[in-house]
Design a protein around this ligand. Structure first.
Ligand SMILES: NC(=O)c1ccc[n+]([C@@H]2O[C@H](COP(=O)([O-])OP(=O)(O)OC[C@H]3O[C@@H](n4cnc5c(N)ncnc54)[C@H](OP(=O)(O)O)[C@@H]3O)[C@@H](O)[C@H]2O)c1
Length: 258
């Protein structure tokens, strides 16, 4: 997989997705950038074209909206996507019964629905061509229940389970799937989710988006089904296997509560 590829990155307007787009461009790969913020993506596209001479298409879409997703897929009907990066995602903070149900449903639509649909739309072509990569950005949130971020944690558990399952199915096809799990990372995520003052982001180490992207990028090319960024995150995920699930839920509730 060292020659030129066409790479679709969702959530490429900022944060981890933007850093991933930079890594692909620096290695000479062409890009399709997807998010809602067209201006931010146009600025990134201009920068990457100039710095690396790659082709960059900007495809604004609201991934929470099935009609917008269908239009995106239709616009890409003649484009072979060799690498799909499902990175777009967001969270929310609070007791589930107090949160806005519509916002929680749109979180499911982006974190789970769009990731599953785009994988389903582009994976068959990769298998047919005998080469490809799927990189799904999950989270260490996916390893335990997450009181006060119940839907977000559940969506990331789905991403890990789904990705590990298709990674198994893809053995021998020339295509791999990787679930990458960042821990707390400096991006717009915490502010948007309302978690920037929570212990998860104030009490421990918070990674840079560039470091997380680099780790995910290497894991994806290596074809790893699952990769966790950082030793302490890895330890945390590992330890949840041994204690009662009620204990990890209690610890997580402390990290997630205001
Ligand atoms: N930051 C962390 O602490 C952390 C930890 C673990 C995992 N993650 C995961 O990492 C991934 C990237 O998040 P980030 O930290 O880089 O956050 P971010 O800076 O807030 O970026 C989120 C990206 O998702 C896009 N997005 C959100 N809703 C969308 C929608 N409806 N349609 C299209 N695009 C949408 C945003 O673009 P527009 O707003 O322009 O649409 C933006 O580009 C997410 O899946 C997140 O769950 C983050």
């Amino acid at each position: 997989m060292s020659d030129k590829h066409t790479v679709l990155v969702t959530g490429a307007s900022r944060g981890i997705g933007l850093e991933l787009a930079k890594l692909f461009a620096a290695d000479g790969h062409d890009l399709v950038l997807v998010a809602r913020s067209a201006d931010a993506m146009e600025a990134l596209a201009a920068e990457l074209r100039q710095a690396h001479g790659v082709e960059v298409r900007v495809e604004p879409a609201d991934l929470g909206d099935p009609a917008s997703r269908a239009q995106l897929v239709a616009r890409l009907a003649d484009t072979s996507i060799d690498v799909l990066v499902n990175n777009a995602g967001f969270g929310s903070n609070g007791a589930f019964h107090e949160l806005d149900v519509d916002a929680e449903m749109s979180q499911l639509a982006v974190n789970v629905g769009a990731l599953t649909e785009l994988t389903g739309r582009f994976l068959p072509g990769m298998v047919e061509r005998g080469r490809g990569r799927v990189l799904n950005i999950a989270s260490t949130a996916g390893f335990q229940a997450g009181p006060y971020m119940a839907v977000y944690y559940a969506t990331k558990a789905y991403v890990i389970s789904f990705t590990e399952a298709i990674a198994f199915e893809l053995k021998g096809t020339g295509v791999t799937a990787t679930a990458h799990c960042p821990g707390a990372t400096h991006t717009g995520f915490a502010l948007q989710a309302g978690t920037s003052k929570n212990k998860l982001f104030t009490a421990g180490a918070v990674a840079s988006a560039a470091d997380v992207a680099q780790h995910a990028y290497a894991a994806m090319w290596a074809g790893k089904p699952l990769a966790i960024h950082g030793f302490s995150n890895w330890m945390g995920a590992f330890m949840t296997r041994f204690g009662p699930r009620s204990v990890s839920a209690r610890i997580t509730s402390v990290l997630n509560k205001h």
